[in-house]
Design a protein around this ligand. Structure first.
Ligand code: IMP
Length: 427
């Protein structure tokens, strides 16, 4: 089983860092395929806590080669500061490989992200303000700057000029901001070239060769299924494809080479930013989930919106990603509730609906239909096997599995590396 995808089954922040890290010890390559430094993984190794934004979490596993694929948007300043931060803590970062085809986030992308959000007012998306959307828009518009452009000054200048031509008009005339000088951008970008050149590689070739030789490659999605630009709650989404197909386009590895797709599923639901969220709790229970679950964004520090588990979403994630397994995270956060509601379907305009509605209007009108399961009060953080869990926690997991359409192969019962119950091996 040489190639696996690991992705968020809900709105991101499901605890992917922990899952990737758990597998990281036995995989040869950990690859990011989309997104940028809008992502945030917290990985706990021993008594050390690492917050990663752009780098694949495999960077913390000594035998593993971390890869930034062509589908990622790279802010070079952020990348270099993340690398030097890890180096200062003694982490070897020399194995990192970056696709020359990945696009760059430049200062004008970050500026445009912030001003356009402000301009949207009440209709804002609630982006992370990291320039993600504008960088992907330039990619699709064919005016993006790629990592490889850093190594050809004349091409770089031509491309920055072409990009800024129209952007400066927009910045000055629409947003009333100062125009950005081509020279300043080119100079800044050229300043990164030497520091990055040693990492740049033909990652498509490297990864395909590795898979052909039987090495284990793990594709790590940022954000989550419902933030996918095609399959998520558009327009309240990110500008890339976190769903499983994105692993292929974002790395140049074909779908026939991927044998396992693992959805990370939180035992309840959270969301950052704006957009519909049927099971959102605006009461004490929501606050309790936020506090106990530590639901504050690693990247933005914003409070996450919290709600009960939504099986309609889990089933949808199974469908659009072709999930083979779930990794259920943060089950320990639910300890102490006497009864735990789970959304099994929606009511929309008086009708019971079992599947995620494709219509945005319907989804906005969806009211959850709950089934309530009995809770447990015992501490579960020391559980090592499924049988160690209290009966009601076992029943909760089994109910989620039946509703969600794929086996739950691992369960997170605490933040630490070893606080995981592995039921089936992914490898
Ligand atoms: P962007 O990715 O910065 O453009 O933001 C678009 C939407 O995706 C916003 O609602 C963000 O809050 C959300 N988002 C982006 N990255 C993450 C993530 O890693 N976890 C959860 N939400 C995210």
């Amino acid at each position: 089983m040489p190639a696996l995808v690991l992705l968020g089954a809900q709105w991101g922040d499901e605890g992917k860092g922990k899952a990737t890290d758990l597998l990281g010890g036995s995989v040869d390559y950990v690859v990011r395929y989309q997104g940028g430094n809008n992502a945030g993984h917290t990985v706990v190794v021993g008594d050390q806590k690492y917050a990663l934004h752009l780098l694949p979490s495999g960077i913390l596993s000594p035998g593993c080669t971390p890869v930034i694929g062509n589908g990622v948007v790279v802010d070079p300043a952020v990348l270099l500061s993340e690398l030097s931060g890890l180096a200062e803590r003694g982490v070897d970062t020399s194995k990192l490989l970056i696709s020359g085809n990945a696009h760059l986030i430049t200062p004008y992308h970050t500026t445009l992200d912030k001003v356009s959000e402000r301009f949207l007012g009440k209709r804002k998306i609630g982006t992370t303000g990291r320039g993600i959307g504008p960088a992907y828009a330039d990619k699709i518009n064919r005016v993006g700057i790629r990592v490889q452009d850093l190594f050809d000054e004349s091409i770089l200048r031509q491309k920055v000029e072409a990009a800024l031509d129209s952007k400066n008009q927009v910045l000055a005339k629409l947003y009333n901001r100062r125009a950005i000088a081509v020279d300043q951008v080119v100079e800044e970008l050229l300043g990164y070239a030497d520091q990055l050149s040693g990492y740049v590689a033909d990652t498509t070739l490297v990864l395909n060769n590795a898979i052909d030789q039987g090495q284990v490659v793990l594709f790590e999605g940022g954000q989550g299924t419902l933030l996918d630009v095609d399959h998520g709650t558009y327009p309240f989404v990110t500008s890339s494809n976190p769903t499983a197909g994105g692993a292929c386009t974002g790395t140049g590895v074909g779908p026939t080479k991927i044998s396992c797709v693992i959805g990370i599923l939180k035992a309840y639901t959270t969301r950052v930013g704006a957009g519909p969220f049927p099971t959102e709790l605006l009461d004490e229970d929501g606050e309790k989930l936020r506090t106990i679950g530590g639901e504050r964004g690693v990247t933005t520090g914003r409070d996450r919106r919290c709600g009960w588990f939504d099986a309609v979403i889990a089933r949808y994630a199974t469908r659009v990603n072709g999930l083979t397994d779930f990794f259920l995270t943060k089950l320990d956060v639910l300890t102490g509730w006497e009864r735990i509601p789970v959304c099994v379907a929606y009511e929309i305009d008086g009708k019971r609906v079992e599947e995620l509605p494709y219509s945005q209007t319907d989804f906005h009108h969806a009211t959850p239909i709950y089934e309530t399961l009995p809770g447990w009060s015992e501490d579960i953080t020391q559980a090592k096997t499924f049988d160690d869990l209290p009966k009601n926690a076992q029943k909760y997991v089994q109910a989620l599995e039946e509703m969600s359409g794929a086996p739950i192969s691992a369960i997170g019962v605490g933040p630490g590396r070893d606080e995981t119950i592995q039921i089936n091996s992914f490898l």
